[in-house]
Design a binder for this molecule. Structure first.
Ligand code: BGC
Length: 473
């Protein structure tokens, strides 16, 4: 007898996006610039010189994009709010026209029966605040609290799910340590400081929410489980360091009130002890954990790797996506079970999960074949179901991403969308994954039992030379 993959009643089926990656029109209607404008317009920072100036033009095509979501059968949608649209100077004056965009978005979602989840910070700090030190400034927690209050007051009557920060680890590792994301700093000493201030900001926003909000609020983290490459003590210690740095740095303080001891070893003299009142602020009770899961890492000791002295080992025979990430669904289940066990069975939403693979660029017709992405979706949803059977309180899944979009400094080259975007014309074309996802949603998961990726007419999906010949009729 085949297994049943039905999900719990009320499970949310969504897609996720982020403001700078899709909206375009960054300075429209009185918005201020964010650090991503500055970063993307700095020569050499972005692949191919790409910017978010137009991106998916979602700011102007929002209604059509919501219609597309409805057509796909989505029951939920996770978007982020551009802080500098709402507060052009980062604090103080509210730009009603900027806020209005999100009001209209939320109303349009609700008209289509789609539940909104809003993220307050998906990496686009107002430039004016970066000029005051950005996340290195201890005042950032108050700036964020003021901004959060404006958003809650305007939208909480219609938005039942809120996330404070998206992936603080990426904000600091990419933005303050390795310089590959805005604001492009490379400084070990700044990194734990920026992290800590982000977490204080998270705590303050949760406090404000308890004053003015009626629904649920959580924190979104990216977890990449670490497995040792061998049994050697050196590899196991490296695995521990990498795990503390990436996976426990934010959840431990938020859910258990203290940083993991391993961070001292990772950051060395750049680490410091933070006041007890900060730790209490950070540990405000939250309603759910948002998990972004993409891949795992098999780790070995590597003295040259900064700051963890650990690096990932490529797995022979494994499938890797276009971002170089191993496809390894069992680690998704492991991560969910780990979250349940370590943090006392919190409610969890998968706030992002997905894959970038090569898509044929010029296909005529309504369906675009993307078998590797479909395979990824099927296996990862099954892994979620395994976790639910193991007792994890999983309440929803948001695929990354609705549309192909600006993959930050990797530009438009990496396509994560369930829907293809032709950037020259802004035409949206549904990929096979979006049809597959629709069938899964309509059956509340049951269709997973017989779901198979569709391989078109036998042309290998990675063979660009053959792509134009794929028959989609
Ligand atoms: C981020 C997204 C990003 C995705 C794929 C996550 O780190 O939240 O903005 O596009 O992963 O890299």
């Amino acid at each position: 007898m085949s297994r049943s993959y039905t999900f719990p009643e009320g499970f949310l089926w969504g897609c996720a996006t982020a403001a700078y990656q899709i909206e375009g029109s960054p300075l429209a209607d009185g918005a201020g610039p964010s650090i991503w404008e500055r970063f993307a317009h700095t020569p050499g920072m972005m692949h191919n010189g790409d910017t978010g100036d137009i991106a998916c033009d979602h700011y102007r095509r929002m209604r059509d994009d919501v219609k597309l979501m409805a057509e796909m059968g989505l029951t939920a949608y996770r978007f982020s709010i551009g802080w500098a649209r709402v507060l052009p100077e980062g604090t103080g004056r509210v730009n009603a026209a900027g806020l209005d965009f999100y009001q209209r978005l939320v109303d349009t979602l609700l008209e289509h029966g789609i539940t909104p989840m809003a993220t307050l910070y998906h990496w686009d700090l107002p430039e004016a605040l970066d000029d005051r030190g950005g996340w290195l400034n201890r005042d950032s927690a108050e700036w964020f609290a003021d901004y959060a209050r404006v958003c809650f007051q305007a939208l909480d009557d219609r938005v039942p799910l809120w996330a404070t920060l998206n992936e603080p680890w990426v904000v600091t590792d990419g933005g303050y340590l390795n310089g590959v994301l805005a604001p492009g700093h490379r400084n070990l000493y700044e990194t734990p400081r920026a992290s800590h201030h982000l977490m204080r900001a998270h705590g303050r926003a949760v406090q404000v929410y308890r004053e003015v909000g009626q629904h649920q609020i959580g924190l979104v983290v990216n977890i990449e489980p670490k497995y040792p490459a061998s049994d050697s003590e050196a590899d196991r210690a490296a695995t521990r360091r990498a795990h503390h740095y990436m996976n426990r740095q934010y959840l431990d303080p938020a859910l258990r009130g203290r940083y993991p001891d391993g961070l001292r070893e990772v950051f060395g003299e750049a680490w410091r002890d933070w006041p007890a009142e900060d730790m209490a602020l950070i540990a405000q009770p939250i309603d759910f954990v948002g998990l972004n899961y993409y891949t795992r890492a098999v780790v070995r000791d590597d003295p040259h790797q900064y700051p963890t002295r650990a690096s990932a080992v490529r797995q022979p025979g494994a499938t890797y996506s276009d971002t170089g990430w191993e496809v390894y669904p069992p680690a998704f289940t492991d991560t969910l079970v780990w979250l349940k066990e370590r943090y006392g069975n919190p409610a969890i939403y998968i706030t992002e999960n997905g894959s970038a693979f090569y898509d044929p660029p010029t296909v005529e017709g309504p369906v675009l074949f993307d078998p590797l992405r479909q395979d990824y979706l099927i296996k990862h949803l099954k892994a979620c179901h395994d976790a639910i059977e193991a007792g994890v309180d999983l309440r929803g899944y948001f695929g990354w991403s609705l549309l192909d979009n600006l993959e930050w400094s990797l530009g438009f080259a990496k396509r994560f969308g369930m829907v293809h975007v032709d950037y020259a014309t802004q035409k949206r074309t549904r990929k096979g994954t979006s049809h597959l996802y629709q069938a899964i949603i309509e059956s509340n998961g049951a269709a997973l039992a017989s779901a198979r990726p569709v391989y078109g007419t036998g042309h290998p999906p990675h063979d660009a030379g053959n792509a134009a010949a794929v028959d989609v009729s």
